[in-house]
Design a protein around this ligand. Structure first.
Ligand code: ZN
Ligand code: ZN
Length: 346
C-alpha cells in the first residue's frame, strides 16, 4: 500500500478526489486507516472562501479534522498503541515544550499543527500519520462516527469545564449546531439539571431534547431572554454558553447569566466587535471565558461517549463516501437548515 485516495481543496468550491502517496511514518507516529470524518463548519468555510481569518489556503490542502479510524502501522518509538486498535483522532498536535503546553493549555500552543488548518493537511483521505499520543483508543462497541464526534464534543466539554458547570446547575446553550448540541450533552455530563437550549431551527431544537435539554426555545417565535428568565425564576442561568457565533447571541449570553454567573463564548461572530454592557458584567461580577478548541478533553470525551451518555450518532443526518466528498461539502454548505452533521464514511 503506497497510494491512497484523498479529497483535496484547490480553491473555492474546487475539491478533487485524487491519488496521493500514503504518508511516511515518523518514529513517534502511527498510521491510521481513516473510517469516519465529520464535515465541520470550518471545512465548509475553507471550501467556500479559501480562508478563515488569518488562515489562508495557499496550496492544495486536504480538508477534515473530525476523524476516527483504525491503527494499521506504528512507528518504532510508539509504545502506547498496537496495530488493529480503534482510535479517536485528536486533530491538533502540539509542541509539548512551550509555556502553554507546560501549563496544560496546549490548545494555545503557537506551534500547533492542526488538521485541515493551513498549511496542514486534514483527514479526508484513506490514511493519516499522527503522533501516537494524539490517538485515543476507543472500545469496540463505540462507533467510528462517535469517535469523530469526540472532536466537537471536546469543544463542549472544554466550555463546560472553563465555565465550572457543576451538579445542579442551570445552563443555557445558545445555538444548536453540532457543537451546541454536544455542549448540551457535556452540560448534562457535568451534572447540570436544567439545560435550556435555543436555536432558530425546529430540527435542532428537537435534537437538543434528544441530547438532554430540559427546555428548548425557538428564537424565531419567542423572546429567548424572557424565556430564560421565566425558566429560572427571574434569576438567570449559572452558565450561559454561546455557540451560535452571532452578535445577538453573544449579547444574550451576558444578559442571561445570573449575577455571579459564568459566560463561555465559543462561536465567532462575523463582526467580532460586540457592544457588551460593562455595567451588567462588572456589577454582576460575571466571569467571561473565551473558548478556543480544547485541551485534555479526549479521554473524557471517549469515556462519556462509550458510556452511552447520548446517542450522538443521531446527529449524523447525511452520510457520504470519500468519492462523494464534494457532495458532502455541498450538502453541509447549502442545507444548513436541513442537515446537522454530515459524515464521510470510508
Ligand atoms: Zn470541527
Ligand atoms: Zn507548545
Amino acid at each position: 500500500m503506497s497510494k491512497m485516495k484523498a479529497c483535496v481543496l484547490y480553491g473555492p468550491l474546487d475539491v478533487r478526489v485524487q491519488e496521493l502517496q500514503v504518508p511516511q511514518l515518523k518514529p513517534d507516529q502511527a498510521l491510521v486507516k481513516v473510517k469516519a470524518v465529520g464535515v465541520c463548519g470550518s471545512d465548509v468555510h475553507y471550501y467556500e472562501h479559501g480562508r478563515i481569518g488569518r488562515y489562508v489556503v495557499e496550496k492544495p490542502m486536504i480538508l477534515g479534522h473530525e476523524a476516527g479510524g483504525e491503527v494499521v502501522a506504528v512507528g518504532e518509538a510508539v509504545t502506547n498503541l498496537q496495530v488493529g486498535q480503534r482510535v479517536a483522532i485528536e486533530p491538533g498536535v502540539t509542541c509539548g515544550k512551550c509555556k502553554f503546553c507546560k501549563e496544560g493549555r496546549y490548545n494555545l500552543c503557537p506551534d500547533v499543527e492542526f488538521l485541515a488548518t493551513p498549511p496542514y493537511d486534514g483527514a479526508f483521505c484513506e490514511y493519516l500519520a499522527m503522533r501516537a499520543d494524539f490517538l485515543h483508543p476507543i472500545p469496540d462497541h463505540m462507533s467510528y462516527e462517535a469517535a469523530s464526534l469526540a472532536e466537537p464534543f471536546s469543544v463542549g466539554l472544554h466550555a463546560c469545564r472553563r465555565a465550572g458547570v457543576k451538579p445542579g446547575d442551570t445552563v443555557a446553550v445558545l445555538g444548536l449546531g453540532p457543537v451546541g448540541l454536544l455542549t448540551v450533552v457535556a452540560a448534562k455530563a457535568f451534572g447540570a439539571t436544567k439545560i435550556i437550549a435555543a436555536d432558530l431551527a425546529p430540527i435542532r431544537l428537537e435534537m437538543a431534547k434528544e441530547m438532554g435539554a430540559t427546555a428548548v426555545v425557538n428564537a424565531q417565535e419567542q423572546d429567548v431572554y424572557k424565556f430564560i428568565m421565566q425558566e429560572t425564576g427571574g434569576l438567570g442561568v449559572d452558565a450561559a454558553i454561546e455557540t451560535a457565533g452571532s452578535t445577538a447571541t453573544n449579547l444574550l449570553a451576558v444578559q442571561a447569566a445570573r449575577r455571579g454567573g459564568k459566560v463561555a463564548l465559543v462561536g465567532l461572530p462575523p463582526n467580532p466587535e460586540v457592544p457588551f454592557n460593562v455595567f451588567t458584567i462588572a456589577d454582576g461580577e460575571l466571569d467571561i471565558f473565551g473558548i478556543f478548541r480544547y485541551a485534555n478533553t479526549y479521554p473524557t470525551a471517549v469515556e462519556l461517549l462509550a458510556s452511552g451518555i447520548a446517542s450522538v450518532e443521531k446527529l449524523v443526518t447525511h452520510r457520504f463516501t470519500l468519492d462523494q466528498a464534494k457532495d458532502a461539502l455541498d450538502k453541509a454548505r447549502t442545507d444548513k437548515q436541513g442537515s446537522i452533521k454530515v459524515m464521510v464514511n470510508l
